[in-house]
Unconditional design. Sequence first.
Length: 169
Amino acid sequence: MAHDSLRLYDYHVWANEKVFQRLREVPPQTCEQEIQSVFPSILQTLKHMLQTEHVWLLAMKGESFDQIRQTVGKLSQQLEGKGLDALHAGFAEAAEAYREFLSTIDLDATTSYSHPAMGTLTAPYRDILTHVVNHGTYHRGNISAMLRQLGHAGASHDFIYYLFAEQSR
């Protein structure tokens, strides 16, 4: 099971990279253009995704809800006015931090996560990692829909494309 979780995380990083590759192919103002969607722009969607990556890494590392909220609040301020290059670098740094952390734990080990409104969840690390990937998949789909709404093709980032890419390595 743990091996599958790491492979799924590798897919997640690969798929994020595919999105960034596609976004570099469209006019720069596309990412900032406000539209009616889940988030007001592609950049805002990416910022949310990056913040959530940090939330769950910090949670898996055992930080409290209040500590996480404070850290992610600072990150939110740091991301104000940042463009695609800075966000891309942030995703790369987050992936490196995840990989470093994941190399130090047993993904099947269980830990608890406390939330003031939802209570306490006890789950294996692999389930939280699956959530991170699933969250990313959802928002990568949002970005593809946003790109189409703005007159551009989305990125091909389905898991099957990852499998074909891995096979051809």
